[in-house]
Design a protein. Structure first.
Length: 692
């Protein structure tokens, strides 16, 4: 028996981007474990990825190309050859492109976070074709936009410094479920005497283990931050020197914060005045006393109408108290902006002959149902889905299903398994998993460039995304040499070795070691140097004003809440959020039986008062509904959900839920204030006992 160990990288949409060691015996991967030498992974993987071989060798892996033989949505297929599949796709896309290339749409996201298997050869293919562009907004666009207006780029506190903080605010996230290696650092800080505070409408697993949980109403985070600013300024809990040297617009911010006394903030947030005041005092005084104060802001904050402004407002707080002076201070939303990714070389936007329209992936339900018009352009005639499962993850799910059910919509899906989306495909192409292909990775929770080596040969006739688009390019007569580049050649272009942070980047060396840290200062903004137009943290942003936004931090109410829309709340009085279930990652891993068994079945957490008012007891099957749709789940009556809030942990494949539906039946296609992101947590519903 020949046994080897291969260096790899977790590809999933998680900040941790773990370094993996894959044990291979006679060509079969037998174990996936964390690299003990990688400083952030430290040998520890989440339950999901530690079982990655279960996913790769799953009995239901798609191993051969398929052609639909039933109605769309039925999931009935017959096996075909790659030659037939490629010929069919090339012919259909060629016919459509001859009439209106923008009628072709790619739909993809972060089923893999890899720079090679994500958007490299695929982007080149669609650029050459002249297809519509996809606005990839489904996760982080709102918060990223707000953060960049304030700080300049998604650069923040290094994960490896958090254990040295004296106070950590975990704002809008549940890292036990979705950011395990940050939680390890936070726990170490706690052991060293730090205080941990969770700010979250829901008492998550993380909130239960923090010293304090502040359960504000969904979508009111900016109001809390403004109330904190009011107290910090009124009680002079500021770093005046840092403000004077390294910020812009403090006097204007002072006037804005004066409008937000803690009484007003508390009323908007559904908190006590004491909670607002004491949080602000602790935040400011800890810094005054010389302690490092850090915020870990996560994406739960931004999935509401004012989500971009919420992140922008929170991101102002560290500069007010000089938290950036400390390596363990400041804020982290994402570290992705630290990486000098060479996207132009990977994606080749120069292949575009003209600038096509852009379609937002968060409004795919409506956009696939739109007719041709002068404003919209041609009706979408073909969708190529890869690295995504829109039937499960896109909002307003009934509209999405109606759209993908169009018989005149030619749909191709590259996948590992027969997902909800695959059921609507005309042609299905089997894709490789992370153990079967080469890739290069950045991270959005740490600062290491990462390499993934192929550990085993592709299963069955599965092909890497890059190979699929190379073959399609050849079939369609695309003769630019870029369509011949190998995955290793693409990976070698992944990072800009001419950039100061990646001067040591060399793909061959990275493949050997598996990871290499960026050349970043421990405290990136200790002496200013923000990558904003002014070079300062911008409390006042002229760019925002030019873009049509309030240039100062402000509060934007949810689309759907009792305060902002009382008429709607009279019909649907409960706010609903649908954060990630611990055993799933978005819609990935739902079909792994051991993980689905651990999750059980779809649940809805509801406060005892709200349950009693509806005659609902623990264990009842309940129907959650609004004007957009409904789904059924089992009630868990618990005070983890505050009064007026219900929580449906997600995202279940619809076909694996008892009623064939999931939480996105009730979510909206309305967008955030900036970044054109989805408003998953900006949802009002009613709940009743389900008919037996």
């Amino acid at each position: 028996m020949t046994t080897t160990q291969v260096r790899a990288t977790c590809p999933h949409d998680c900040p941790d981007t773990c370094a993996l060691l894959v044990t291979v015996s006679d060509g079969v991967a037998t174990e996936v474990k964390g690299d003990p030498d990688h400083p952030t992974t430290a040998g520890v993987l989440c339950t999901k990825v530690s079982r990655y071989t279960e996913r790769t060798y799953h009995a239901e892996r798609l191993l051969y190309p398929l052609r639909r033989v039933g109605k769309k949505g039925e999931g009935k297929f017959v096996r075909i050859s790659w030659d037939e599949a490629l010929a069919t796709i090339a012919a259909r896309l060629g016919d459509i492109a001859a009439r209106a290339p923008q009628a072709i749409l790619p739909y993809s996201y972060c089923g893999t976070m890899g720079l090679v298997q994500g958007e490299s050869m695929s982007a080149r293919f669609f650029h050459q074709l002249g297809a519509s562009l996809l606005d990839r907004t489904i996760c982080a666009s709102a918060g990223g936009t707000g953060y960049r207006y304030t700080v300049g780029a998604t650069i923040g506190t290094d994960l490896e410094q958090f254990q040295n903080a004296k106070l950590i605010l975990i704002w809008g996230g549940n890292p036990i479920a979705s950011n395990l290696h940050f939680w390890t650092r936070a726990q170490e800080a706690k052991r060293r005497g730090a205080k941990l505070i969770a700010i979250d409408p829901y008492r998550s697993l993380t909130a239960e283990k923090c010293h304090q949980h502040i359960a504000l109403l969904p979508g009111t985070d900016a109001a809390l931050a403004l109330g904190m600013m009011h107290v910090l300024i009124a009680e002079d809990l500021l770093d005046d020197d840092y403000i004077a040297r390294y910020t812009l617009g403090f006097e204007a911010l002072r006037q804005r914060a004066a409008e937000w006394p803690p009484e007003r903030a508390a009323e908007v947030c559904g908190l006590t005045v004491a909670e607002v005041v004491e949080l602000a005092r602790l935040y400011g005084q800890t810094a005054k006393d010389g302690g490092a104060v850090a915020i870990r802001a996560n994406y739960g904050v931004q999935r509401v109408h004012g989500g971009g402004m919420s992140v922008r407002t929170i991101a102002c707080l560290p500069a007010l108290i000089g938290a950036w002076r400390h390596a363990a201070g400041g804020i982290q939303l994402s570290s992705s902006g630290s990486f000098p990714v060479n996207r132009e070389a990977l994606q080749r936007p120069d292949l575009l002959k003209e600038t096509p329209r852009t379609i937002n992936m968060s409004t795919i339900g409506d956009d696939l149902l739109r007719e041709a018009s002068a404003e919209f352009g041609p009706k979408v005639a073909a969708v190529i889905v890869y690295n995504a499962n829109p039937l499960a993850i896109a909002p307003d799910s009934a509209k999405v299903a109606q759209a993908f059910a169009r018989e005149d919509l030619f749909t191709v899906v590259l996948e590992h398994f027969q997902t909800d989306t695959v059921d609507y495909a005309d042609i299905v192409l089997p894709a490789t998993t992370q153990l079967e292909h080469v890739d290069a990775h950045l991270a959005y929770g740490h600062l290491y460039m990462m390499a993934n080596n192929a550990a085993v040969a592709p299963m069955g006739e599965a092909k890497a995304n890059t190979e699929v688009f190379r073959l399609l390019a050849e079939r369609m007569g695309f003769d630019d040499p870029c369509f011949k580049e190998s995955d290793d050649a693409l990976a070698a272009r992944a990072f800009d070795a001419g950039h100061a942070r990646a001067v040591h980047f060399d793909w061959e060396a990275l493949k050997q070691k598996g990871w290499q840290k960026l050349a970043m200062p421990d405290a990136p903004f200790a002496a200013g140097g923000f990558p904003t137009p002014s070079g300062k943290c911008e409390f006042y942003s002229a760019t925002m004003k030019a873009d049509g936004y309030d240039p100062l931090p402000t509060y934007i109410a949810p689309h759907e809440s009792r305060a902002s829309n009382p008429e709607l709340a009279a019909k649907y009085p409960l706010a609903m959020i649908s954060p990630p279930a611990r055993n799933f990652l978005n819609s990935t891993f739902v079909n792994v039986k051991s993980l689905r068994a651990a999750e059980g079945e779809p649940h809805l957490d509801i406060h005892p008062d709200d349950g009693a008012a509806r005659g609902i007891v623990h264990g009842d099957m309940v129907r959650i509904f609004n004007a957009r749709g409904s789904f059924v789940a089992k009630a868990r009556v618990t005070d983890k959900a505050r009064v007026g809030l219900v929580v449906g942990l997600s995202v279940w494949w619809k076909k694996l839920a008892g009623d064939g539906k999931n939480a996105n039946e009730v979510t909206s296609q309305r967008l955030t204030d900036m970044g054109r992101g989805p408003t998953f947590y900006d949802t009002l519903v009613q709940v009743e006992k389900a008919a037996v």
